[in-house]
Ligand binder design. Structure first.
Ligand code: BG6
Length: 487
C-alpha cells in the first residue's frame, strides 16, 4: 500500500465528547510513537470560543483525563500541543468559512478533514468547504456516524459529499473496523487453512453476534432516542462484523477487494419485512434494576419522557447464497445489559455419528468463540475424554483450546481503534473504511425491518436492567434448539 500522508488535519467537532475521549488521545498516541508525519498540524474547529492557546489548554485537560497513565508524559504532551491550532466556527454559517480558509492556509501538502456532525449539517459543511477551495485533489475527508438515519437521508449525505469528494477521497468511519480484534477475524479466517473447508453451511450450524453494554443513555438522550439500538449498533458495527465473518475470501488485502466482498454479502442478506419481523426480531426497552451494584432508573425515567425507542434488539438473519444456505445468524445488542461484551460465537455441526453413544459418552458440537472485548481471545471448544478407567462409561467433556491475545501479545501496545483509523486517514489507506455501496445496502436492510415494525405496530418489551434482554430474545434462538452463549 503506497502511503500518501497529508501535512494538515482539520478536526471538526474538536471540543466534543468524541474528540476529548478518543481523537485527541489517539492523535497523541500516534505522536508519542513518532507515527504522525513530521510537521503535521492539527486544526481544531468547533462552535466554542477558543484561540490556539486556550484550545491547547483544553486539549491538555482532555489528555490528562483520558490518557492511560503510562502514556502521560509532560514533555511529550507539550510537544504534541504545539501541533494544535483552533478556529471557532458554526458550520451552518456560510460566512464562517472565510476565516477557516485563512486559518488552514495552503493545502498543497495535503489535508485530511475529520467531520463529525449532526446529519443535517453535512451538506452545509461540504458546501462551505467547496466554497473556500478545501475539496481539491489534495484533500480527503473522514466522515463519522451518524451518516443519516435511513437509506434516503444517507443517500442525501452521500450525494452531497460526492459532489465535492469522489469516493477514493471519502473515508466513512465505523470504529469497530479499527479494533485490533475485529481485524483479527481476517487473520483467523484467511491466514489459516483449516477453517475454510468447514466455514459454510456444511460445517457451521449457527452464528451468534453479541454486543452487550451496561451503560445507559450517557448524556446522549437527544441522539439515542431518535435512533434506537437497531440504527445505533446493528446498521453499522454488527453488520460489519457479520460481513467479516460471512464474506467470501477477498483476493487482496486492499480497499477494493475487501469492500467488494463485504458489499456482495450485504446484498445477499435476506430482507426481513412486515411478514417476518414478529418471528425474526425482538425489541426491548430497559426498566429499572441494578447495574454494577447501583440502582438504575428505567429508560423513560432517564429520558424524562415516554418513548417507544428500542434499547435492545435481537435478530435472526439469513444470508442467501450457496455458502450460508439455512444457517441462522443471530444478532443481539442492547444497553443496560448483564455485562459489557462483544463476541462472536460460531457453533459447528455435530459429528455425523457418535460411536461413544453406546458407552454413555455425550458429545456437544464444537464452538469457536471470538471475544472482541473487554477481554481479547479466541477459544475453540473441543471434546476431550475425562481421565479415568471408564468402568461406568465414557465421560466426554468440552474443553477450551485458548488463544489469549492479551497474554500472547502482552508486549505490544493495545491501540485505541481511532489511532488506527486516524493514521489510515492521514496516510490515505481506505481498506478499513466503509464504501458507499456498503452503507446503502446496510440501510436498505435496516429500513425494511423498521418499516415492518411500524406496519405491525411492534413495540419494545421491557427487560430489567442487568439482564440479557426480554425473554422473547431467548425464545428466538431456543425454538431453533440454539442457546445464546452467555458464559
Ligand atoms: C457507538 C454507539 O457507535 O458505539 C454507542 O453510538 C455505543 O451507543 C458504542 O456505546 C460502543 O462502542 P464500543 O467501542 O464501546 O463497543
Amino acid at each position: 500500500m503506497a502511503r500518501n500522508p497529508v501535512g494538515k488535519l482539520l478536526l471538526f467537532g474538536a471540543t466534543g465528547d468524541l474528540a476529548q475521549r478518543m481523537l485527541l488521545p489517539s492523535l497523541y498516541g500516534l505522536h508519542a510513537d513518532g507515527l504522525l508525519p513530521e510537521g503535521l498540524t492539527i486544526i481544531g474547529a468547533a462552535r466554542s470560543e477558543h484561540d490556539d492557546r486556550s484550545y491547547r489548554e483544553f486539549a491538555r485537560a482532555a489528555l490528562e483525563k483520558y490518557l492511560a497513565k503510562d502514556r502521560n508524559d509532560e514533555g511529550t504532551i507539550a510537544a504534541f500541543l504545539e501541533r494544535l491550532a483552533y478556529q471557532p466556527m458554526d458550520l451552518s454559517d456560510e460566512a464562517a468559512f472565510g476565516p477557516l480558509a485563512e486559518k488552514v492556509g495552503d493545502v498543497t501538502g495535503g489535508l485530511a478533514i475529520f467531520l463529525s456532525t449532526a446529519p443535517s449539517l453535512f451538506e452545509p459543511a461540504i458546501k462551505g468547504l467547496a466554497s473556500i477551495g478545501l475539496t481539491g485533489e489534495t484533500v480527503r475527508i473522514g466522515l463519522e456516524k451518524p451518516l443519516g438515519y435511513d437509506l434516503e437521508s444517507s443517500r442525501e449525505i452521500n450525494e452531497a459529499v460526492f459532489a465535492a469528494f469522489p469516493e477514493p477521497r471519502t473515508f466513512r468511519i465505523d470504529h469497530y473496523l479499527g479494533k485490533e480484534t475485529v481485524q483479527n477475524i481476517l487473520a483467523l479466517r484467511f491466514g489459516n487453512s483449516f477453517f475454510e473447508p468447514i466455514w459454510n453451511a456444511r460445517g457451521i450450524a449457527s452464528v451468534q453476534i453479541t454486543i452487550s453494554e451496561t451503560v445507559g443513555l450517557e448524556e446522549r438522550a437527544g441522539y439515542y432516542d431518535g435512533m434506537g439500538a437497531l440504527r445505533d449498533m446493528v446498521q453499522n458495527h454488527m453488520l460489519q462484523l457479520l460481513a467479516l465473518i460471512a464474506m467470501e475470501p477477498p483476493a487482496r488485502f486492499d480497499g477494493t477487494s475487501v469492500r467488494d466482498e463485504k458489499a456482495k454479502l450485504f446484498h445477499a442478506l435476506r430482507p426481513i419485512g412486515a411478514d417476518e419481523v414478529a418471528h425474526h426480531t425482538v425489541v426491548g426497552q430497559y426498566v429499572g434494576g441494578a447495574s454494577d451494584g447501583k440502582i438504575v432508573r428505567s429508560y423513560v425515567d432517564e429520558l424524562g419522557q415516554d418513548s417507544a425507542t428500542e434499547t435492545f434488539v435481537a435478530i435472526k438473519a439469513h444470508v442467501d447464497n450457496w455458502r450460508w444456505q439455512g444457517v441462522p445468524f443471530y444478532l443481539r445488542t442492547g444497553k443496560r445489559m448483564a455485562t459489557r461484551r462483544s463476541e462472536i460465537a460460531i457453533e459447528f455441526k455435530p459429528v455425523p455419528h457418535s460411536m461413544f453413544e453406546s458407552r454413555g459418552g455425550r458429545l456437544q458440537p464444537n464452538m469457536l468463540v471470538i471475544r472482541l472485548q473487554p477481554e481479547e481471545y479466541v477459544q475453540l471448544l473441543v471434546m476431550a475424554k475425562e481421565p479415568g478407567l471408564d468402568r461406568d462409561g465414557v465421560r466426554l467433556r468440552e474443553v477450551p483450546l485458548n488463544l489469549s491475545m492479551d497474554a500472547e501479545f502482552a508486549g505490544s501496545r493495545r491501540r485505541i481503534a481511532y489511532e488506527r483509523l486516524l493514521l489510515d486517514l492521514i496516510e490515505g489507506d481506505q481498506t478499513l473504511f466503509v464504501r458507499r455501496d456498503e452503507v446503502e445496502a446496510q440501510w436498505r436492510w435496516i429500513d425494511a425491518i423498521r418499516e415492518g415494525w411500524a406496519e405491525t405496530r411492534m413495540k419494545p418489551k421491557s427487560y430489567p436492567t442487568g439482564t440479557w434482554g426480554p425473554s422473547a430474545a431467548i425464545a428466538l434462538t431456543e425454538r431453533d434448539g440454539v442457546t445464546w452463549h452467555d458464559e
